[in-house]
Every structure is written in structure tokens, then in C-alpha cells.
Write a protein that binds this ligand. Structure first.
Ligand code: SF4
Ligand code: SF4
Length: 416
């Protein structure tokens, strides 16, 4: 009997007004399942709908017009940490990071209007205005200072960074050192909750023989991109690119894993924009995570320090040895955390949006750190730092969280 002709594919189910996962990317997945043991949400739930293979199958179904971007699809995409561990494990080169970002851009317009409004207000309006971020930081710092944050729902307070009011009052130098200009990203959360890391980054860049210049602008747009708002992400990328160009930056240094990972993709993000594609690619090629700098430093007598690998360092940027090198340059002895580098569950706003899974991953990470017996853990991403500090507090472990660049005593060359 002759084979019956294949069924004609239905109309693609994507909303044409928004980016969608590319068909060429979707078909790369051969459903081998080799990524499954590396996926934190699959390991927690054992559900195929919470696994990369299942998520890609759902994207394929929409692509082929067999399914819609409905409530089930939304849950599958929302439960993903966007940690990209599956991308690193995949032998077929499936670029899951950009696929999940595009899938979320499809989901975003289907959310209820009030939800969309709040997300837009936070991720676009507040985050792109440094003064609004500072105001929010001040509010959070005051709330934490009087312990009123305990009155907030756990999902709001658990993963929030601790804002020290005295740090907020201390300005970060906007220009330091001499030599070719290196732009330093001011960012959003880093500039509010991690001021000492900002200052340490400026010192490290200056020690490398650069004039470290931190433009006034803020967010790079990574969170907007991860949460389905690519147009806002593009707008913020253009603003930052123009600032770094104006500063004459030969290199752009970033001290947050999520931001450096995102900024290295600016060329791809703005590839369709004839006015910006080339400029975006040029700046993206100059982006360096601060961990990638070989900072001349005076080692101090140090103890063992556990090293946490941020997903956005390991997956996508391949930054692993660099973290240990910087910790060792401080004089400390890097110690591995015995959990196969599993995600801590921070993942941007995951602790707010998926509190149960985030809490489980947070506790697993904190317990694994506690087994090493260290008194310090090195963490180079603001979300991870807040999440891990919260987990350590929850289990009563007396371990300090520090960015590796904060642990360095850089040798600053004499000025001109
Ligand atoms: S994403 Fe890669 S590793 Fe995972 S099922 Fe598809 S082809 Fe296999
Ligand atoms: S990005 Fe992370 S959570 Fe999402 S499917 Fe891949 S491994 Fe799983």
C-alpha cells in the first residue's frame, strides 16, 4: 500500500507581531533527552513539561499550528529558569537561550492587562531610570533597616538583595585611572544594592592600565529581554551603546553575569536594525565580564573560599576558570561546591514568580555551600548573591557572600 501523503501543516501559531523561536532552531532538537539530567526544573519535578525537550516540543507544536500560546504553554515557559544548562549539555547545538526569550515574547501579550502593566512598569520604566532604582533601593534599605521587610510576603522578601543605607550614601567614582578608556556598566541592581562591588570594579579596571569610565545611564535590558519585552531591551541596548561610544570605550567591563552574557548578544539583538546593527556588534565584541580581566593584585593571607558559578557565566560565556583565578589572585584558596554547579534558583525574578521551586533550589545550594565549611562564598551575579545570602540565612549558616572583584587588592599604577 502506498504511503499516504503527509498531512499539510496547519498555519503557524505564533503571533506575527512579536519575535518567535526560529524554525531553524526548533528543528535542531532531535529529542535525545541528553539535556534532561542537567535541567534543574526537570530534576525537581520529573515532568517532561518542565524539561527542555518538552518545552521545545511545545514550541514546535505552536510553530506547526498544532497548538496555541495558551495557559499550558505559558506555565511551561514560565517555569523555565532560562539558566541555559540544557544549551551547554546539548550535542545538537540547540540555542535554547534565545528560543526561550522569543517564546516569552510570544507569551507576554497574552497575559492579563494588569499583569502586563506591572511587569512593564518594573522591567521597563523603573529599571531604565537610575533615579527610580535609587528611590526603590532607598525604600528597600529603610524597610530592611527596621526589619519591616518581614511583613512582606515571603516571595517578595526572600530573594531581595540587602541594601545598606551607608553604601547608598557613598558615591562610586565615575572616572578612575589613566590609559585607554574602558567603559564600566553602571547597571541597575548593582548600582543600588552592590555599591562596594561597583567601586571595586572601577579600581580593578584602573589597575589594568585603563581609564575606567562609568557612564550615567543604567540597565542593559537583560531582565526585559528575559521576561518577554524585547522592544524595551532594544531601547536600553541602544542607549548604553551610544553612551559607550561617546565615552570612546575600547573595552566595556561588566560585573554581573546576567548583564555581560546579555550584552555579548547585542549584535544579534539589533541585527535587523540597519542603523544600529554594526554599532551593536562592535560594542558587543568589546564586552568583557570583569572576571575575564587579569587584574594585577596583591594577594592577602586568605582562607578557603567556596566558588559559585553563575549560570550566565558557565552557559553561554564559558567562564569557569576565570572565577577561580580571580579568587586565587586575592590570596584565597578556591573550594568547589559539591552540587555539580546546579542553579541557585535566582534567575532574575524567579523567586517572586515561581517561589516554591526557587526556594527548593535556594536551600539545596545553601546546604551544599555549608558542607564545605567555608566562611566566604564568591558569587559574581547580583541575583545569585541575594538568593544565596537568603538561603544561608535560612539554614543559619554563618557564611559571607562576596563578589570575587571585591576580594581583590588591586595594584593601582601611579597616576599621570
Ligand atoms: S535540546 Fe539537545 S540535548 Fe535536549 S533533547 Fe533536544 S537535541 Fe537532545
Ligand atoms: S534553561 Fe534551564 S530550566 Fe530552562 S529548560 Fe534549559 S536547563 Fe531547564
Amino acid at each position: 500500500m502506498a504511503d499516504s501523503p503527509p498531512a499539510a501543516p496547519g498555519p503557524p501559531g505564533w503571533n506575527p507581531a512579536h519575535p518567535a523561536p526560529a524554525e531553524d532552531d526548533i528543528v535542531k532538537c532531535v529529542a535525545c533527552g541528553l539535556c534532561l539530567p542537567h535541567c534543574p526544573t526537570f530534576r525537581l519535578t520529573g515532568r517532561e513539561t518542565a524539561a527542555p525537550r518538552g518545552r521545545i516540543a511545545a514550541m514546535r507544536a505552536v510553530q506547526e499550528g498544532r497548538a496555541e500560546v495558551d495557559a499550558t504553554f505559558t506555565v511551561m515557559m514560565d517555569e523555565c529558569l532560562a539558566c541555559r544548562a540544557c544549551e551547554t549539555a546539548c550535542p545538537s547545538g540547540v540555542p535554547f537561550g534565545r528560543m526561550i526569550e522569543a517564546a516569552r515574547a510570544q507569551v507576554e501579550p497574552t497575559r492579563p492587562i494588569p499583569v502586563r502593566g506591572v511587569r512593564r512598569l518594573g522591567l521597563t520604566w523603573v529599571m531604565s531610570r537610575p533615579w527610580a532604582m535609587r528611590l526603590m533601593g532607598l525604600g528597600l534599605g529603610l524597610t530592611q533597616a527596621v526589619h519591616a521587610d518581614r511583613l512582606l510576603p515571603a516571595r517578595m522578601s526572600a530573594g531581595a538583595p540587602r541594601v545598606r543605607l551607608r553604601d547608598l550614601a557613598r558615591p562610586v567614582p565615575r572616572r578612575l585611572g589613566s590609559g585607554p578608556v574602558a567603559g564600566v556598566l553602571r547597571g541597575c541592581v548593582m548600582d543600588v544594592a552592590f555599591r562596594p562591588v561597583q567601586a571595586a570594579t572601577m579600581r580593578a579596571v584602573a589597575a589594568c592600565g585603563h581609564t575606567a569610565v562609568m557612564p550615567e545611564g543604567g540597565c542593559c535590558g537583560a531582565l526585559a529581554m528575559h521576561y518577554g519585552q524585547p522592544e524595551a531591551a532594544k531601547r536600553m541596548a541602544r542607549q548604553r551603546i551610544a553612551e559607550f561610544e561617546e565615552a570612546g570605550a575600547d573595552v566595556v567591563v561588566v560585573n554581573s553575569a546576567g548583564c555581560s552574557g546579555h550584552m555579548k548578544t547585542w549584535g544579534h539583538l539589533l541585527a535587523d536594525d540597519p542603523q544600529w546593527a554594526e554599532r551593536a556588534q562592535r560594542i558587543a565584541e568589546r564586552v568583557r565580564d570583569v572576571l575575564e580581566l587579569d587584574v594585577p593584585a596583591t594577594p592577602c593571607r586568605g582562607d578557603a573560599v567556596a566558588v559559585h558559578d553563575a549560570c550566565h557565566h558557565v552557559n553561554g560565556q564559558g567562564i569557569v576558570t576565570e572565577t577561580r583565578r580571580m579568587v586565587a589572585a586575592s590570596g584565597a584558596r578556591p573550594v568547589e561546591i559539591p552540587d555539580d554547579g546546579r542553579c541557585c534558583g535566582a534567575a532574575g525574578l524567579y523567586s517572586v514568580l515561581q517561589p516554591e521551586m526557587s526556594a527548593e533550589l535556594r536551600l539545596q545550594k545553601a546546604r551544599a555551600i555549608a558542607t564545605t565549611g567555608v566562611s566566604t562564598v564568591a558569587v559574581a551575579n547580583p541575583g545569585c548573591a541575594a538568593q544565596i545570602a537568603a538561603g544561608l540565612r535560612e539554614i543559619g549558616a554563618d557564611v559571607t557572600v562576596r563578589h570575587p572583584v571585591e576580594m581583590l587588592r588591586p595594584v593601582v599604577p601611579p597616576g599621570p
